[in-house]
Design a protein around this ligand. Structure first.
Ligand SMILES: [Zn+2]
Ligand SMILES: [Zn+2]
Length: 352
């Protein structure tokens, strides 16, 4: 290539990259507008709801940006809070103290698995030779909230053998949390990275009697990924302490855009109800999506017990009556909006 031509190619590359950045920015702003409208549709509930990205990377590990840039982008994307969770380090703590609505965490793990942890003291050391249950136990002593990141990495439909491996490892963790939506490497959808396999995994673990909190995160390595997926958390206030306690209680959902709330006999997501056999259970699910709700599913013991297609109404308020059976069960909600963006509630557990 001649010198002049090489210069032109470099210049055009810059123009293309700036153009891509600009279009992702306007896409993210539009989504943030929809989320803000959805929040208004939730009424008073929306005032205690905080949207948090639990899993972000920066130049402290293999992320391409600064924690400060991630925080700025997150605010533009309509999020209320982010945690800076770099690989094997809690160095972001050096800057998060000076930033509003940002705290630190770490991404660690063992073997094939990655584990997200919030505000660990001290940092955990990833060990290649550790099994998931071993690493999970080590981490428990360091943090108030931990979860399995991207359980299938980037498999939308993991091969059956792979699925069974993950199920068997995760069934050894007892009460746990995992990422139902992970936006790593994406600028739009996060759902398809976990997708149907994530729903199946949640139900298989829940049917074994485990408590399973569902979270979402961008797992960004570039700022543009922030906003693909996040966790909606009902908390007293928007501080890392209050958010972590609400996550611990399971009062949260994984989402790409729709907002939701679920109660059973007035108790929130993550609650355990201990009704007498035959007692009335009143389930209520509220979904708000300014883009319009495409469908809502109520799932109990691995089965869809109710499904509605509300013709893109922006708000769905579902009530469902059931009698408590002898057997332990759970209720959880899945929904999608008219743009094909999903949300997944953490279950409510019934243990008569
Ligand atoms: Zn990871
Ligand atoms: Zn990550």
């Amino acid at each position: 290539m001649t010198n002049a031509r090489a210069q032109k190619v470099t210049w055009l590359k810059g123009v293309r990259e700036a153009g891509v950045y600009k279009s992702v920015t306007s896409y993210r702003k539009r989504l943030a507008g929809l989320i803000a409208d959805s929040r208004k549709l939730l009424g008073a509930l929306g005032e205690r709801l905080y949207l948090a990205d639990l899993h972000t990377h920066s130049a402290y590990s293999d992320g391409a940006g600064l924690v400060e840039e991630n925080a700025e982008w997150a605010a533009m994307a309509g999020l209320d809070f982010i945690f800076a969770t770099d690989h094997g380090t809690t160095k972001p703590k050096r800057v998060t103290g000076k930033l509003r609505s940002v705290s630190w965490g770490e991404e660690t793990g063992g073997g094939w698995y990655h584990i997200g942890i919030l505000e660990p003291t001290p940092a955990h050391k990833y060990r290649n030779e550790a099994t998931l249950p071993e690493a999970w136990e080590e981490v428990k002593a360091l943090t108030r909230f931990q979860w399995v990141a991207h359980p299938f990495w980037a498999y939308e439909q993991p091969p059956e053998e792979q699925y069974q491996h993950v199920l068997s490892d995760m069934s050894e963790l007892g009460d746990m949390a995992f990422e139902m939506a992970n936006g790593c490497g994406e600028v739009a959808d996060a759902y398809f990275l976990t997708g149907a396999a994530g729903s199946r995994l949640a139900d298989d673990l829940l049917c074994r009697g485990q408590r399973v909190t569902l979270v979402g995160a961008s797992d960004c390595h570039l700022v543009v990924e922030i906003g693909t997926a996040w966790t909606g958390i009902y908390a007293e206030r928007c501080t890392s302490k209050a958010l972590i306690e609400a996550l611990r209680a399971g009062n949260c959902f994984a989402s790409e855009a729709p907002l939701l709330d679920v109660t059973c006999n007035g108790k929130p997501m993550g609650s355990t109800l201990k009704p007498k056999v035959g007692a009335k259970l009143k389930l209520r699910a509220r979904v708000a999506a300014a883009a319009g709700v495409a469908w809502v599913r109520v799932i109990s013991n691995g089965k869809v017990i109710k499904e509605v297609w509300p013709k893109h109404e922006p708000v769905v308020d579902l009530a469902l009556g059931r009698k408590a059976a002898r057997k332990a069960s759970y209720f959880r909600i899945e929904t999608a909006d008219a743009n094909g963006r999903h949300a997944f509630s953490t279950p409510i557990y019934i243990r008569p």
